[in-house]
Design a protein around this ligand. Structure first.
Ligand code: HEM
Length: 457
């Protein structure tokens, strides 16, 4: 009853639409910036027949991250993924089934398992860069896009794909990925050419994986990869404790590929660009760190060595602060709730609102991060530790109930790739330092050329 009497957040009228889509001229960034300066951390934007309420920053967002799925639901806002991930998994099943499926994923990405993936990351990265010449010009985003689908095929999809059908699977993944466009969020089943290609690619991928799963089951051979972990998973609380079906295994695998592919390749790219910008202070510091671990442990790149690379780790963390690839996280309010702002105002967000929070915006709040627009990896270290001042200050991997399950996997992979590069190449920017390209689903830098030169540390 109390909640019904509260003030609802200020509403901005007259936000332009294009074909039913919010016109985010320079991405949601400019909209959020002007709304934030007008209204502060909490405000509502009408979206066709719906409302989107923004909760920006650590004061306003805890309910977003902490509330149960019964209160803050993902299904309504993320169900556009169903034709891509497939039926019977993730956003196509009810909360109880989904939470068990997420447990399968969490188990597959546990540290003890991750250890076994490091040699694969390393070998893929070394083989990939061995093919580079003494010097050349490349677009890092493209390079990492290619490399990360190779590492993902080894560690997630498994040996069979990597060894004998990599090209075919990568092409199908490309079509599947290309079928997810801003318009697909509103109209995932619209019969466009992109969606038709997406559906065909999904069906073909499904056939490929089903035959791999059948072959593994028949041979009884067990592999060290995420595919195997998903094959071996069993429900506990639903479906009478049965094992995962082929259909579910394929769906979960595709969901994981989507969660990890662009996010990781984009973060690898920004990390490099920031390290090599300006006087290359951080590239040199990261090089020095590689020299130190080589002197101590030799040239092998292992799980333990990667865990010693604090400088590189902080550079990745800082790149992800300034340029998080997922700029808007969303939920659906299934009941009204109260929020307070850093200046003590309080509002009641009504039931039925789409609720959004933004890593890219929260990460630039000046009362949370000092010199918020500049690249300072040391802000994560004592005595600053700015990310720890309040929960949900640093949300590049989300947080709370639905925080990223692949963050450790991502760090290990990106640290492996950059360790190989730091040991074998120097870099310089050919183009100017890029702006983000807001014109896609997962936000990365505009194409940027860099020159590499081979050398050995
Ligand atoms: C969730 C970011 C890599 C698996 C999330 C969320 C974010 C995120 C922001 C929360 C979404 C939300 O609250 O709505 C990132 C970034 C990555 C990365 C920036 C790379 C730098 C990965 C990788 C995997 C992965 C490599 C798997 C191999 C997941 C899963 C979830 C998730 C399964 C869903 C968790 C849930 O809803 O309970 N990620 N991610 N991510 N991520 Fe990642």
């Amino acid at each position: 009853a109390n909640l019904r009497r509260g003030n609802s957040p200020p509403v901005e009228e007259g936000v332009p639409f294009v074909g039913g889509l919010l016109k985010f001229s320079k991405g949601p960034w400019h909209l959020m910036k002007s709304m934030h300066s007008k209204y502060g951390e909490v405000f509502t934007v009408p979206l066709a027949h719906k409302r989107m309420t923004f909760l920006l920053g650590p004061h306003a967002s805890p309910h977003f991250f902490n509330a149960t799925d019964e209160r803050m639901s993902q299904t309504e806002v993320y169900s556009f993924n169903v034709p891509t991930f497939g039926e019977g998994v993730v956003f196509d099943v009810d909360q109880r089934v989904r939470s068990e499926q997420f447990r399968f994923v969490a188990d597959a990405l546990r540290s003890s398992k991750l250890k076994t993936y490091v040699p694969a990351f390393r070998q893929e990265a070394e083989d990939f860069f061995a093919a580079w010449g003494d010097t050349g010009v490349v677009n890092l985003a493209e390079v990492f896009g290619e490399l990360i689908i190779l590492t993902a095929s080894r560690t997630l999809m498994g040996r069979e794909v990597r060894e004998s059908m990599f090209k075919r699977v990568a092409d199908l993944f490309h079509d599947l990925d290309d079928g997810m466009r801003p318009l697909s969020v509103l109209f995932p089943y619209l019969p466009t050419a992109y969606h038709r290609k997406r559906d065909a690619a999904r069906a073909a991928l499904s056939d490929i994986f089903k035959s791999i799963i059948a072959a593994r089951r028949a041979s009884g051979v067990s592999e060290d990869d995420v595919l195997q972990a998903l094959i071996d998973s069993r429900y506990k609380k639903v479906y009478d404790g049965r094992a995962t079906t082929d259909q579910e295994i394929v769906g979960l695998l595709i969901a994981l590929l989507f969660a990890g592919q662009h996010t990781s390749s984009i973060t690898s790219t920004w990390t490099g660009l920031y390290m090599m910008a300006g006087d290359q202070k951080y590239y040199k510091a990261a090089e020095e760190e590689q020299r130190r671990v080589i002197a101590e442990h030799g040239t092998d790149i292992t799980f333990d060595v990667l865990n010693e690379l604090d400088t590189l780790h902080n550079c990745i963390q800082e790149a992800l602060r300034l340029q998080p690839p997922l700029v808007l996280l969303m939920r659906y309010a299934k009941e009204p709730f109260e929020v307070t702002t850093s200046d003590g105002r309080s509002y009641v967000v009504p039931k039925g609102d789409i609720v959004a929070t933004s890593p890219s915006f929260s990460h630039r709040l000046k009362h949370v991060f000092k010199d918020a627009d500049s690249f300072q990896p040391e802000r994560f270290r004592a005595p600053r530790e700015e990310d720890k001042a309040a929960p949900f200050s640093y949300i590049g991997f989300g947080g709370g109930r639905h925080g990223c399950m692949g963050s450790q996997f991502a760090y290990l992979q990106i640290k492996t790739i950059w360790s190989v590069l730091l040991r074998n190449f120097t870099f310089e920017l050919v183009d100017e330092f890029p702006e983000p390209d807001w014109d896609s689903m997962v936000i990365g830098p505009k194409p940027t050329r860099v020159r590499y030169t081979r050398r050995r540390l």
